[in-house]
Design a protein around this ligand. Sequence first.
Ligand SMILES: [Mn+2]
Length: 379
Amino acid sequence: MSFLLLSLSLITQAVMAHSDAPRQLPLTQNDAFAETWLEKYGAQIDQPFSGPLSFSHIPYTRCLEDESKKFDIAILGMPFDTGVTYRPGARFGPFAIRSGSRRQREARGYTMSWKMNPYKVGATILDCGDVPVSPFDNALAVDQMEVAYSTLLSRPTASGTENSLPKIISLGGDHTIVLPILRALYRKYGPISVIHFDAHLDTWPGYAGAITKQSQITHGTFFYLAHEEGLMSNASIHAGIRTKLAGPEDLENDDKVGFQLISTDDIDELGIPEIVKIIRKRVGNTPVYLSLDIDVLDPSVAPGTGTPEPAGWHARELKRIIRGLAGLNFVGADVVEVSPAYDWAENTATVAADLVHDFLSLFLSEEPPSRKTRPKDEL
Ligand SMILES: [Mn+2]
């Protein structure tokens, strides 16, 4: 018994000796008011689950109206969802992706896979808020998105690098948002190549009954229209396609629009390194826009989307392909079609936010990271 008491006392002393608590807690309620928060606890740092909502807790700035704010990379919400063919709801995508990003932050932004923290390499990254798009008039909304994108694209970068424009990562919104984005990018860069991750082609010329000009602008037709307007190069590529088609004629049309095609199933025969090689070869060093429809992922991974298609890629596979693309001449990117009303347990929102973190690393890396976690690891 005495041995037990001695042991307990030694343990208690050891714990007290090694305690790094700076001081004892106050004994009375009055003592608790003897100091201010700042004196006692320091800065008011938000917890992952607290504070105002911005992407990964970075500064939320209304960049469209505030010209004084400079950035190298902007996160821009485009809450537009009135161009969909099936389930609406992606207007809540920017909110959902920001919400899904709450456990991401500068203080824990280092990833083993990229071997970097995109918030700590000297680039200024701002959450530029949302474009106030009209939910009542699609023509107006499409123009608002183009004007917003052009406005931010015309700002000098924070780092002041000559001949370099800021890069914008757009949070959709349905996929229609890419038409105004390509219009804005074209004016700065000329024809754009697109790396397009999606279950669907999005190159359809139109739908039965779409007899007005505006009704032809949808999340399934915008690439066709962008091609018709001459906004795209002929060096674009899809990856992850698996949708059902009217027939082979859809693929012939897709080829005319300028896309090479990697299907979902190709990953089994080709493997990830070969897919990376094909994409890199296709776009070369042309100005390239990365557009990621979250439905490229399997619906079990990302159920919160408007037009789910079974048997897609896993997030792990997609993330590895994206890492392989580092060093290409990226001019912008998006994650679209996140629709939280159909999400389960924030799975879709969390993976979308994680992909945006990858995009930041992608834009700030000159080449794909090596596979080894640490140089000395023998694997
Ligand atoms: Mn799409």
